[in-house]
Write a protein that binds this ligand. Structure first.
Ligand SMILES: Nc1ncnc2c1ncn2[C@@H]1O[C@H](COP(=O)(O)OP(=O)(O)OP(=O)(O)O)[C@@H](O)[C@H]1O
Ligand SMILES: Nc1ncnc2c1ncn2[C@@H]1O[C@H](COP(=O)(O)OP(=O)(O)OP(=O)(O)O)[C@@H](O)[C@H]1O
Ligand SMILES: [Mg+2]
Ligand SMILES: [Mg+2]
Lengths: 220, 220
């Protein structure tokens, strides 16, 4: 479902360029539960952002399904992201002026789901991540791990083809983290949702179909 | 060094109040390496923020050393925080327009350390957290775990009497996380710095002098 060929990403930094990704080749099949592991600063977030069409590579190609992403026009790209991708950001990226409920509902509004069904699905997923009693809280009225779970619920509510999850359990205690991993596994097994994680969490690696090690911008 | 008596904290939420801390009693002796553990949403950050004088309780008393904090005027409070406390925030809270170097240097400027000594101490602590080559990067040019380490370096550089660290290893791989814990242990043993952690990380709990469990705003 994702094919990455000789992917490179460099950032301009002062007068030089910093090479964050140095020729990555990766093929992810539909239905995989794949973990990208590697030290802090090794390039996990950079790679996830490019696969998720949130950033463009400096060189190399990405195919989502059969389509080369970098040759699609921005509107088509936005359509693919809206309909097919779910993204859990390392810093959650919740919209501050929307409640937990409204943040999770947002992808369903974009995909024109009717209001009755939207309400049911948002309540269901917030219950599954343990936040049934926090629906009307704004992000600044939630703990760090509660914000993270709202970000997870938002990524899963539309049952996308592919979920990219950047350190989704970093701020969760072991019991809550385990519940989130089980929820994602259930979606993977029952609905065939493909997951690509960036993670340091051994529990995700233990449940992964495959662990890909990345170090200094290259697959180790 | 910290005494908390019957501490309560409630937040106004809609027409009701949400009770985040429900009568906490805690005594922390000088030189402790103490871990506050508990589920996501249990009140760890709320308690750390009140001990760190960043927030005020609804009821109850806090003594820092022998001084009741809530009876001090804001200037005296700011003096105590500047000279005696180091804080690692769960969301890092780096100043976006300052480089990694400048963010870490800031507490030394507040404490009127001379420029030559400042430069030496900032370079030393950034080297110890593994970021010698990222000194001139701005926060948005750093990975999540790199930002977290700049926040740690900033809290430690002035060798405060008390460091409050909120999930300091959440975004770090096991090797880097271990190095950070060893660095903090060294400061604790050699310089007598007291540490209070909020954490889900079993490694910090394994090294703690004491693990205090918190659940639903109460010590379990
Ligand atoms: N401004 C606020 N208004 C209402 N409720 C709040 C507010 N801030 C925090 N809370 C609630 O207080 C409780 C404790 O929050 P706190 O951030 O202290 O938890 P925590 O133990 O640090 O959690 P985590 O491990 O997820 O970071 C949570 O249930 C949270 O929803
Ligand atoms: N805008 C930028 N300009 C310069 N360098 C950058 C920029 N963004 C990221 N980097 C660098 O690229 C490298 C990879 O960053 P990335 O965020 O992908 O790492 P990561 O594996 O997700 O790390 P972590 O586990 O700490 O989140 C890091 O060394 C970082 O400093
Ligand atoms: Mg990252
Ligand atoms: Mg917290």
């Amino acid at each position: 479902v994702v094919t990455v060929s000789d992917l490179k990403k460099s950032y301009p930094l002062g007068e030089v360029n910093f090479q964050a990704l140095n020729g990555i080749d990766l093929e992810v099949a539909a239905g995989e539960f794949l973990a990208l592991a590697g030290p802090s600063g090794s390039g996990k977030t950079t790679l996830l952002n490019i696969i998720g069409c949130l950033d463009s590579p400096t060189e190399g190609e990405i195919l989502l399904g059969k389509e080369p992403v970098n040759r699609l026009n921005p509107d088509k790209l936005a359509d693919i992201r809206k309909a097919k991708l779910g993204f859990v950001f390392q810093s959650y990226n919740l919209i501050p002026v929307l409640t937990a409920f409204e943040n999770v509902e947002y992808p369903l509004i974009l995909n024109k789901v009717n209001p009755v069904e939207r309400r049911e699905r948002v309540q269901q997923i917030l219950k599954e991540v343990g936040l049934a009693d926090k629906m009307n809280n704004f992000p600044n009225q939630l703990s760090g791990g509660q914000q993270q779970r709202v970000s997870i619920a938002r990524a899963l509510v539309n049952q996308p083809m592919l979920v990219l999850a950047d350190e989704p359990t970093a701020n969760l205690d072991s019991h809550t983290g385990q519940e989130i991993i089980s929820l994602m596994q259930q979606l993977n097994r029952e609905k065939g949702v493909t997951f690509i994680f960036a993670t340091h969490d051994q529990r995700i690696m233990d449940h992964a179909s495959r662990v890909v090690q990345i170090r200094d911008g290259q697959i180790a």
